[in-house]
Design a protein. Structure first.
Length: 255
């Protein structure tokens, strides 16, 4: 394994949502010798890619990576407009609000606004998840044309998808049906699916001038929300994102 292979694999763990890792965590999750993991993490720290907590000796993404992420995700005018909506959604609900985009078959978190509720659902900017298993992913996929969807997933409805969790689509056909329902509802809801114990309500806009896609969602611990609360969150997301869509002249939100 080259040093760059190792760096890529370690960064992949953080991209999957890990906040901090010890060398034993890395060794176990990447199936590498502990000595190799320790040496690799020390080198990544030396070059500014990781920071080490002096008390716990665990590693977290360093300042250099944070600067690179910010540069690569410089906010566009669309993102600024979305952020204002996120702020209202988070302030009104007390929940964590996310702005994400679609990269092939994955969602990528662009912005996160923490809510005021004492229990929060936190995934850092840059986090990726399979789009098929989340409300955010299906909201974004619902804004694709049939040709764009098929370019990502193919035309074989029986083609299996990665197993994401309870009630997640097992095949491309299952996903296509869920995406079609999300498109008709203008909103996606997922509770205890790819992320057990977590729920989310999401909707998406598409800038007609640039084709840029952005998904906005509220995330919550599932025990926080009964059916009535989820319905209120859904209505709030729909109202706020619809207003944003109309301001963008997104035809999807004009009907």
């Amino acid at each position: 394994m080259s040093i760059l292979d190792g760096v890529q694999r370690v960064l992949g763990l953080y991209a999957e949502g890990a906040a901090e890792l010890s060398f034993t965590d890395v060794a176990a999750r990447l199936a590498m010798p502990k000595s190799t993991a320790s040496r690799l993490l020390n080198q990544m720290q030396h070059y500014g890619m990781l920071d080490q907590d002096a008390a716990t000796r665990r590693y977290r993404p360093g300042a250099l990576l944070a600067q690179a992420v910010r540069a690569g995700m410089a906010a566009t005018p669309l993102d600024e407009a979305c952020r204002a909506v996120l702020a209202r959604l988070s302030d009104d609900s007390g929940l964590t609000a996310y702005l994400s985009t679609l990269n092939q078959r994955e969602t990528v978190v662009l912005q996160r606004l923490n809510g005021s509720h004492p229990v929060q659902v936190l995934s850092p900017p840059g986090s990726r998840r399979n789009a098929s298993g989340t409300a955010m992913g299906r909201a974004l996929l619902s804004r694709l044309s049939e040709a764009e969807f098929q370019a990502l997933y193919g035309t074989d409805a029986a083609q299996p998808l990665p197993m994401e969790g309870r009630d997640c689509p097992a095949t491309v056909g299952d996903l296509a049906r869920l995406v079609a329902q999300t498109r008709a509802d203008h909103c996606g809801v997922a509770i205890d699916q790819a992320m057990p114990g977590i729920g989310a309500v999401a909707a998406a806009v598409r800038d007609p001038a640039t084709g840029e896609l952005r998904g906005l969602c509220l995330s919550f611990v599932s025990f926080q929300a009964d059916a009535a609360r989820v319905a209120r969150l859904r209505e709030s997301v729909l109202q706020q994102v619809a207003a944003l869509g109309r301001a963008l002249n997104d035809p999807y939100w004009s009907t």
